[in-house]
Design a binder for this molecule. Structure first.
Ligand code: HEM
Length: 393
């Protein structure tokens, strides 16, 4: 890894989320699992992380410390049933086919084909393009497509949709040590959810069979669960996906891997996997201990909280290297594990691959002209990442 690539990584992390950078720095010197005042148990070992994610009898995400606890406050108590226990199993069994590789490819083609063709053309014409902004607009389009909102909109409107999802996720920003939301945060989150999911009942009733809402109807999820699921997609699939997309472009440039990708576009899938490992857009996962259990030789008591440092766990395998062999310890820990494994994993990978293919289609290497990290955000990311084709104006 070049010094400048390392510098860019460190700068991004510290600028975007200093508390996370500090925690990850400290974790480098900590044992695989340690108890930290105010935070609870902190786990940085990939195998122990997976043990917690798979330990459904001892860990839950609906108790304090888990994301389900947050959303129950916003969406209502039915989320508790939806997020864990029999309700969750029923939902996941039914929703399994919502985001397969095939359906994801269809969704990405529908939402991204036209704007990505334009992006390729703009770069070819010698323009400088802000990939961070373009990723937010693309993901805003995807959200509109998923939520059954009109897609005949301006980029400004897609940015606004993205911002709603980002704001909703940011309400969790202050929750590294607690998942209890302030009444003000609950009100604000409810307003966003109401605005963004207002069309769900009608969409659920009338949407065409091939659409996401139409498929939810065919799966008989019911309008309330579909609305809960839509809110989750808004939170889970917004900043994570856009961050991964733009950071892929920066990482390839910073690690001088663009030429290799242009020479062999089939490498896109390997690049996507390695970017996800290094970026780990969900850098921390929280769980609540529901029953006493021993993990890594430590006794965790019911009622305690656990923070899985997935970023640290994934990055322990080494620096960005798309030629890296499969790492059995991490597997795909960037998408979590166990029964809450990311529902939108195939969609996220298809979104990232589509952007990279659009850049490959320019036929020329790109260079980063200017970059600016976002400040105080949930997921370390670029506010702006301007690229141009090498040899262009
Ligand atoms: C690169 C992008 C993404 C990453 C890294 C990512 C990561 C994750 C992780 C780590 C979890 C597990 C959280 C936990 O166990 O507490 C998760 C859950 C989830 N993700 Fe993703 N995600 C991404 C994109 C998406 C997209 C695009 C969607 C859908 C549009 C999505 C939908 C979901 C849903 C619905 C869950 C909850 C699953 C459940 O609790 O059963 N994600 N994601």
């Amino acid at each position: 890894m070049t010094t400048s690539a390392r510098r860019h990584e460190a700068h991004l992390l510290w600028a975007s989320r200093p508390s996370l950078a500090l925690l990850l720095h400290a974790a480098r010197f900590a044992p695989p699992i340690a108890r930290v005042p105010r935070l609870g148990w902190v786990v940085r070992d990939p195998v122990l992380c997976r043990e917690v994610l798979n330990g459904h009898r001892h860990f839950t995400l609906v108790g304090e410390g888990g994301v389900g606890h947050l959303w129950a406050q916003v969406l209502g108590d039915y989320v508790t049933e939806l997020f864990d226990g029999p309700g969750h199993l029923r939902l996941r069994t039914k929703a399994r086919d919502l985001f397969t590789t095939k359906t994801s490819a269809g969704l990405v083609a529908e939402a991204f084909d036209a704007p990505l063709t334009e992006l390729t053309a703009r770069l070819r014409a010698g323009e400088t393009v802000d990939i961070a902004d373009a990723s937010r607009v693309l993901v805003g389009r995807m959200l509109a497509t998923l939520l059954g909102l009109p897609t005949d909109r301006s980029d400004e409107e897609f940015r606004a949709i993205f911002a709603e999802g980002e704001r909703l996720a940011a309400l969790a920003l202050s929750t590294t040590s607690s998942t209890v939301l302030t009444p003000q945060a609950v009100t604000e989150a409810r307003e966003i959810v109401d605005r963004m999911t207002a069309g769900i009942p009608a969409g659920y009733r009338d949407a065409a069979p091939g659409t996401l809402l139409g498929r939810c109807r065919e799966l008989d999820l019911g309008p309330e669960v579909t609305r809960g699921l839509a809110s989750l997609l808004l939170v889970a699939g917004t900043e994570t996906a856009a961050t991964a997309m733009s950071r892929a472009v920066a990482l390839l440039h910073d690690h001088r891997r663009v030429d290799a990708l242009l020479a062999e576009p089939d490498l896109v899938d390997d690049v996507v996997r390695e970017v996800l490992r290094v970026v780990t857009p969900a850098p921390v996962i929280g769980r609540h201990v529901s029953a006493d259990v021993e993990i890594g030789g430590r006794l965790l008591r019911a009622g305690e909280q656990v923070l899985l440092l997935t970023y640290a766990a994934n990055n322990a395998a080494g620096r960005f290297d798309p030629g890296r062999d499969y790492v059995p310890e991490t597997r795909q820990l960037w998408f979590g594990g166990g029964r809450h494994l990311c529902l939108g994993a195939a969609l996220a990978k298809a979104e990232m691959a589509a952007l990279l293919h659009a850049l490959v289609r320019t036929g020329r290497p790109w260079r980063v002209v200017h970059r600016k990290p976002a400040r105080r955000v949930l997921i370390p990311r670029y506010e702006s990442l301007q690229i141009a084709l090498a040899g262009g104006s």
